[in-house]
Write a protein that binds this ligand. Structure first.
Ligand SMILES: Cc1cc2nc3c(=O)[nH]c(=O)nc-3n(C[C@H](O)[C@H](O)[C@H](O)COP(=O)(O)OP(=O)(O)OC[C@H]3O[C@@H](n4cnc5c(N)ncnc54)[C@H](O)[C@@H]3O)c2cc1C
Length: 481
């Protein structure tokens, strides 16, 4: 079989607004799509019930269905891309390979290796900006420096956008040039979960695929006006919940930006502005990881590498399992464990709690989130953790420490979120639910929950830990002086 061109899809699992696919199909040559399951990534997933595998397979199944309707089919392989690609181009006599750029350190190394191998075989390799709206060289300060603080970066991002007439390109692939094949070797008749050694997780709250992503985006139109107020209230779940779709590319970043832009071009709207800022945060963290790959393992601010974390393993276990005795932290962690999702405000609360109350290295928490989050994305996760631990770009100062009790009272005032995930606390009222250990035995009996028996005592005392955290950080910063 002869397939002159192949498009390698990775974190861009869609057929619309796809830069590499459009570029390939525009040449007029017949083109097929390839997806490779890479053991270097799969082997990191020790939980064989990983929800992300199901999400990816659902996304591929949707693509396959649409391709089959066009008499085309996905090419799926399992193996090391550096070994798979030479075989693929030999098998199909391919002359050109296209893909969209990925800015993670492992992906950059992988793509460089594959490109070298293919070039040696006289196969032309072309890559495209797709995953971000602006790349590192497109948003620079006046002195052509990288921004290390978000607000000036965002201002320049918006200024650049405006100077380009707020134009959002749409890379519409011409599907007429898709490679057609009969009989179809369709993945829809295979059990990919079984081949990969994973279980299908049929209870995922968010299903993989562009049709689900577009439905969510459409649905979110009704809520975007109030986003600036509602985003911090986990109980109402009124953020877009699109991060998992943008992570796997069921939607493009341009799809995301079109929504606030269409509103803001007509009138001022705080919800749309704040939401657009969040999408710009995503570009910012992608840019930071691209320019400073060392942040994957190290503090962005090197002086914090000498922080002497306490790293108590029992405390870490209690944090992971949602048994710290701090209801807002426990409910957030139990929600993460059960669904793979967590609201941004809660991510900040539990991350701050881990680093600045339990005095545990942010890398432990980052790794746990990487295992659990459905939307896990190295750049955003690393950026979020380093922000919370005060070690990163644009981090909050180390002496600003989230008080888990006041965060709880402010953002879950009725205790509704807590009651969903810590059901043993359901009978406490809205005043006592944030710190149930402060109640007496009579109140606990009335609430049918004895602290220390039905729900844990706080594993540490917040006020004491706060002082220890200040001391721990100060010592590290001093060492550097
Ligand atoms: C400790 C910590 C870890 C995080 N880990 C991740 C992660 O692994 N993957 C991830 O996508 N986001 C991560 N975030 C950012 C943020 O929490 C999620 O993007 C957001 O909660 C996803 O929900 P949503 O889609 O409803 O977002 P919305 O509030 O609707 O925001 C819209 C989109 O903007 C982007 N976005 C929003 N906030 C941020 C942010 N702070 N940084 C970067 N992009 C943002 C996301 O793509 C999101 O889908 C983390 C934040 C913290 C504090």
């Amino acid at each position: 079989m002869n397939i002159p061109q192949l498009v390698w899809i990775r974190r861009d699992l869609r057929l619309h607004d796809h830069h590499a696919l459009k570029a390939a199909l525009d040449t007029g040559e017949k083109t097929a799509l390839v997806f490779i399951f890479d053991p270097a990534i799969l082997n990191l997933l020790s939980n064989k019930h990983d929800r992300r595998i199901t999400f990816i397979i659902e996304s591929l199944e949707e693509l396959e269905k649409i391709l089959n309707e066009n008499d085309s089919s996905l090419i799926i392989r399992i193996g090391n891309p550096s070994e798979i690609w030479p075989k693929l181009v030999d098998e199909f006599q391919t002359k050109k390979v296209f893909f969209n750029k990925d800015y993670e350190p492992y992906a950059k190394k992988r793509d460089e290796e594959v490109s070298k191998i293919l070039s040696k075989k006289n196969v032309s390799v072309q890559n495209y900006k797709d995953h971000v709206f602006y790349e590192k060289h497109e948003v620079l300060s006046q002195s052509r420096e990288i921004y290390k603080v978000f607000t000036p970066y965002k201002n320049k991002w918006l200024e650049t956008f405006k100077s380009q007439d707020s134009h959002i390109p749409n890379y519409k692939p011409n599907t007429k040039n898709l490679f057609t094949t009969k009989p179809l070797n369709t993945l829809l008749t295979k059990d990919l979960h079984l081949e990969l050694g994973f279980h299908r997780m049929s209870d995922n709250l968010l299903k993989g695929g562009t049709s689900f992503a577009l439905k969510r985006l459409h649905h979110f139109k009704d809520d975007i006006d109030q986003y600036d107020e509602w985003r911090n209230i986990p109980a109402i779940n009124k953020t877009s919940n699109l991060s998992v779709y943008i992570r796997h590319g069921n939607l493009s970043v341009r799809d995301m930006l079109r929504l606030p832009q269409s509103i803001l071009s007509a009138h001022k709207n705080d919800g749309a502005s704040v939401w657009m800022s969040e999408v710009i945060w995503r570009d910012f963290y992608q840019m930071i990881l691209d320019v400073y790959p060392r942040v994957e393992k190290n503090c962005f601010k090197p002086q914090y590498d000498s922080v002497k974390w306490v790293n108590n393993k029992e405390h870490f276990k209690a944090w992971c399992e949602g048994n710290t005795g701090y209801p807002i932290v426990d409910s957030a962690m139990r929600c993460l464990n059960a669904t793979g999702m967590m609201n941004n405000r809660l991510r900040m609360v539990v991350a701050s709690f881990l680093c600045k109350t339990l005095l545990i290295d942010w890398r432990w928490g980052e790794k746990y989130f990487a295992e659990k989050l459905l939307d896990f994305d190295l750049a955003a996760n690393n950026g979020g953790w380093q922000w919370s631990a005060s070690t990163g770009v644009d981090a909050q100062p180390y002496f600003r420490i989230f008080n888990p009790y006041s965060q709880s009272e402010k953002f879950d005032p009725e205790g509704e979120f807590i009651k969903t995930w810590c059901i043993e606390l359901s009978h406490f009222d809205k005043k006592t639910i944030h710190s149930p250990h402060d109640t007496d035995f009579v109140e606990q009996a009335k609430a049918q929950c004895v602290i220390g028996k039905d729900y844990p005592h706080p594993i540490v005392a917040y006020k004491v830990q706060r002082e220890k955290a200040l001391f721990m950080y100060k010592a590290a910063v001093k060492t550097e002086d």
